[in-house]
Each structure stands twice: as C-alpha cells, then as structure tokens.
Design a protein around this ligand. Structure first.
Ligand code: ZN
Length: 125
C-alpha cells in the first residue's frame, strides 16, 4: 500500500487513493512548503548548521520515482491535478514506473535554502 511521501500517512483505502496524487520530483523539490516541512522535523529544527542541505538536495532531486501525496498534503502543492491522477493510473499498471528526476536542481537548492532560513532564522535571535 502506498504511503504519503510527505507526511508518511498511509494511503490505504480506494477512497484515499482517489483523493491522492502522484507528483513529479520537480513539483515537490521546487516547492518551499516541502522543504519547510522537512526542516521543521525535530532533527533538522535542532540543527543550527545548514551544511548538510546540499547533500539532501542532491539526494532528493535525483529521485526518479513519483511522490505519493495525500489529500491533506496536496493543498500545499501546485500541480496539474488531472496529470497527477493519471500518474496513479500509470502506477497501478506498473508500480516501478518513473516520472523523472528534477529538471533544474539549482532551483530546488535555492528554494531549500530559503526554507531553511525561514525555519531557522528568528529562533536564534
Ligand atoms: Zn501527506
């Protein structure tokens, strides 16, 4: 059963699946909401250093599989809903289907750094 790749919630029922989406890596990693969610997790929030961000960006932008996004999380993302639902149909025929890595990792890197500043600045002031 799929799991939301953002929040980790299970997408277990058919009703859940029909309300969920599969986004591409580009749609996720160029979205500040994604990075703010990541950096708001305790292990990142307690870390005052941003030195690991470039490694994380390389890892996340190179993922070629689609990202399951549950109905709750989907409200934070911008995407073409019919295309994202079509990917679920494609996935149901072939769970190993890939939708491509990030088209422009530099964009993702810039967005990640902005999100880092917004989640960490102000805390130390
Ligand atoms: Zn979710």
């Amino acid at each position: 059963m799929p799991v939301c790749d953002i929040c980790g919630n299970r997408i277990s029922t058919v009703a859940d699946i029909t309300k969920s989406f599969i986004l591409t890596t580009t749609e996720v990693v160029e979205n500040k909401a994604y990075w703010k969610f990541v950096f708001s997790k305790p292990e990142w929030l307690s870390d005052k250093s941003s030195t690991l961000i470039p490694y994380l960006v390389v890892k996340q932008t190179s993922l070629e599989t689609g990202w399951w996004v549950c109905q709750n999380c989907s409200s934070h993302y911008t995407f073409n809903a019919p295309e994202a639902q079509q990917r679920i149909i494609d996935w149901s025929k072939n769970p190993n289907m890939v939708f491509g890595s990030s088209k422009n990792p530099a964009n993702a890197s810039a967005v990640a750094l902005q999100a880092w500043e917004e989640t960490h600045d102000g805390k130390n002031q």
